[in-house]
Ligand binder design. Sequence first.
Ligand code: ZN
Length: 616
Amino acid sequence: MKSVSRAVRFTLRLVSMLLTAAVLVVSCTIPSRKRISEDPSAAFIDRTYQILFQKGCEGERFSFWFNNLKEGNTSAVEMIDMLMQSFEYQQKNYTDEQTIDVICRLMTEKEPSASVKENYLRYLNNGVTYRCLLSDMSGSQEFTALCERYKVNPGKITNLEGRDQNPAATVFVGEMYEEFNGAKAGAQDLNNWSAGLLSGDGVAPFLNKIVTGSGYASKAHSDEQVVDSLCRVMLGREANASEKEQYAEVLNNGVSISYVTSLIAKTPEFKSRCESLGMVPGEVILSEPRDMNYELTSFLTRLYTRFSGTRPSGEDLNSYVEGTIEDPSKVRDAITEMFSDPESQALLSSDDDFLSAVFEVFYGHEPSSEKVESYKIGLSHGITRERVLSEILKDPAFDEKMSEYGIDTHVEPVVPEKVIALTFDDGPYTPVTMRILDALEPYGAHATFFVVGNRVGNYKECVIRATNMGCEIGDHTWSHQTLTKLSADGVQSQIGDCASTVYNLTGIYPHVMRPVGGSYNTTVSNNVGMPMIIWSIDTNDWKYKDSQHVINEVLNYVKDGDIVLMHDLYESTATAVETIVPALIEAGYTLVTVSELAEYKKVQMENGKAYFSMRG
Ligand code: ZN
């Protein structure tokens, strides 16, 4: 029994000895806490753990850091970075303020100053991470001195995310994002936006991309909100009263947000702010047509707003302005289009409203009362607004006004290859005149009607329709008198009475006359006060009353510049015209009024002078 227990005791002692030896061996391979307590790196590990976790570092962890710091595998700031990423540290859920305190104590051994703290808080609050702060402070004199004292390598933070590379830019981006999107930016957006901001042509072009992007543009913003946002983002402050007023007016005049962005980007305040944040200010490159000519855009916007009660969309303005810049004469088309809009017609329900709007926008003042009166006369009898507008757009005063916006709207007309003036005497006579107008209308063709004054009252409707179609109403005396038989006074009253009748119906005085029978003498010439239009083709429609005869007379003999005589009294003439008009169009003729023929052929018509044809 005794020998057994001895054997056991021996075995136990042996085991115990072996264990002690093993412990000794192990102790030699890992540094003993006691043996290295004087090493400054150990003190660095201790203070780091104390500040981060409020406890010391023991055992294998201690050995791990000690070895890595000693062997240069890990720098001081990398160690801090790794520990701050640890689960244990993250569990503490520190506030931004506490995080700043911790980092400052770790790296500078002191509390942060108020201004440093404020600055860092702004960074963290706008999505910059604590690693940016580590990176920032790792270059400080305090940290260098501290690391020298503890005999550790200070090191650098590598692989910084975009948002941590220029915290001032990130703050800028964060504030911009929040301003434009109404929410804080996520890490991904911050990284992308910061990279975009720092790598592009500068802040202004980048900003422009954001405000013109669909995210911002898809939300409704008032002009005032846009101005407020741009000032906050670009100048870092609220807009003052004069900026609000100035920029809101610019927007109200129809240019894009880019235009206002470009204005603010040009201010010294914006430029110096960007430079102080380490960013390139840059310039906004304007690309929308409506931003190319501010005066013109303002004019078209005022016009559109006045005529529709709403502001034009950017798209509409772009197309108006683009068309106008390409071909200034097209501004007339743009204006006509705006006026023809049913909304506009409804808004300006009375003729007075319509006319005052036209003159207000075109000229900024009322035109001569005589002009207004003439337009009112026509409008009250059924002359269309389009027709009145086309008269106004032909007025040299319009070209003059447009030249103020830097566009030359005066254009030489495109002369058609072959032109011809169909003329009809002795009407109006609704049953026939209307048929002739029906024949002309599908082709946009024009003719001249030399009316007899005392008939006009009975057949107003066809005179109005002819005028609205762009046809010309000429003077064919009051009661179809042969003028060569009359005195000077007689000629004047025959012509004058017919002219007044036409004016009192359409608001437009006849510019041309035709003497009855084509007869004139010196007294007639001296007293008609208008060019006398005779003819080069006489169809004798009144004599034969045969439509085929009329068709042959015209189609067999017609030449460029001809003036054709017919009478809108006979059904046979109307029937002939129904064949003649399409045949002439087919043959390449443009059917125009006498005045248009003179314009195309560059004939300066003179009062009292007879014209048989205009071949140019
Ligand atoms: Zn006649």
